[in-house]
Design a protein around this ligand. Structure first.
Ligand SMILES: [Fe+2]
Length: 374
């Protein structure tokens, strides 16, 4: 056990000397002849243990211990009392202020043992408190690492293809709105949001010539393209806290009737987050411009979703989106662009402006058209 600082308070100086003699071999002793003086010492010194007499002229021991709570809440408190102070003692113990009382006159060995036990309790609590602090710091670091990694990944995709990053952010938001509509719990909404942002991250490995191809893909190109959900999941890897989001990402191209990829999962075997991301992805793809075609608009997108309800899409998820877009998608669009709480999971993608989605693509397409004509 390390040396601790112990405050001893008694209005009778010989008692203080006695306490010092018994305890000063192992610890640093601070003496006070009254409560006021004791509080002054508590203010300055990192006291681990307070031993106080109960009967003192201006302030009782219990009063001192009560007031010491704001200065040294963790210090262990021991009260020295005579048998006549039973009521004060009971009150103090009931109020949780006193670790132990020692009846007067006290025995030196017993006192030493009590002090030792008290300081062990103090050290144990101190260790626990430190552990909790360390654990919190480690968790916070992990969390910030994960969020940092996600941002880095999303930014990398953004750099490669502006259209895709804006798309991911919108898909993520639509997916959360659908998830809320389906009354998913908060922790699942978080994973849906993360999954939505990361679902196409595997496209980082797809060549630009395929990503930007305005024409129909060849079978070989399509097979490269269709590996992206598994690639996305691989990129996410075993990032702590993303285990469920990774499953949503991996299966976001599974179809409700089992004809999707990569695993041909069917119906409710497909994770709910993946079913939601699929519908959000399809809706957003149809309502925003893409390299290979213009947006078809809300009405036709809804028709399409209705048509593929039960085959491609989970009917409940489609219904949730229909309920959300009864006004033609205006309100949802507004929420996605302006009102969405970006701190939903503390993740903000400042570099991505959903309103500018497709801008880079359009500019690039125009540039290519100019080059082709010149
Ligand atoms: Fe995808």
């Amino acid at each position: 056990m390390r040396r601790h600082k112990i405050l001893v308070v008694d209005d009778e100086v010989p008692n203080l000397r006695l306490l010092r003699r018994v305890l000063s071999e192992d610890h640093d002793i601070f003496e006070a002849t009254g409560g006021k003086e004791g509080l002054e010492i508590l203010e300055k010194e990192q006291i681990s243990l307070i031993i106080t007499d109960q009967r003192m002229p201006s302030m009782t021991g219990v009063q001192l211990l009560e007031q010491s709570l704001t200065l040294r809440p963790d210090a262990i408190k021991i009260l020295l009392t005579g048998y006549t102070d039973v009521q004060a003692l009971i009150d103090a113990i009931n109020a949780g202020h006193v670790y132990k009382y020692i009846p007067k006159p006290w025995d030196a060995d017993e006192l030493k043992l009590t002090v030792r036990r008290a300081l062990e309790a103090f050290e144990l609590k101190e260790n626990n408190d430190n552990l909790v602090v360390e654990l919190r710091a480690a968790l916070a670091e992990l969390e910030s690492l994960s969020v940092g990694t996600i941002r880095a990944l999303a930014d990398a995709l953004d750099a490669k293809c502006d259209y895709t990053a804006g798309h991911s952010l919108r898909v993520s938001r639509i997916a959360v709105l659908i998830g809320r509509q389906l009354a998913l719990p908060d922790d699942m909404l978080r994973d849906v949001e993360l999954g939505g942002i990361l679902h196409d991250i595997g496209k980082i490995g797809v060549p630009e010539s395929i990503l930007w191809k305005p024409d129909k893909l060849t079978p070989e190109e399509r097979s490269i393209m269709s590996r992206h959900p598994v690639k996305s999941a691989e990129i996410i890897g075993d990032l702590k806290g993303l285990v469920r989001a990774r499953e949503y990402v991996k299966h976001h191209h599974e179809y409700f009737d089992g004809t999707g990829y990569p695993d041909g999962l069917k119906g409710e075997d497909i994770p709910i987050g993946a079913r939601i991301i699929l519908v959000s992805d399809a809706y957003d793809a149809m309502t925003t411009d893409r390299p290979y075609r213009k947006a078809i608009g809300h009405e036709r997108a809804i028709q399409e979703l209705r048509k593929l309800r039960d085959t491609q899409f989970d009917p409940h998820v489609v219904d949730a989106l229909l309920a959300l877009t009864e006004d033609g998608g205006k309100e949802m669009d507004k929420v996605i662009k302006e009102q969405f709480d970006e701190s939903f999971i503390g993740l903000t993608l400042a570099s991505v402006d959903p309103a500018k989605t497709g801008k880079q693509y359009r500019e690039e397409a125009e540039r290519r058209a100019r080059l082709a004509n010149s």
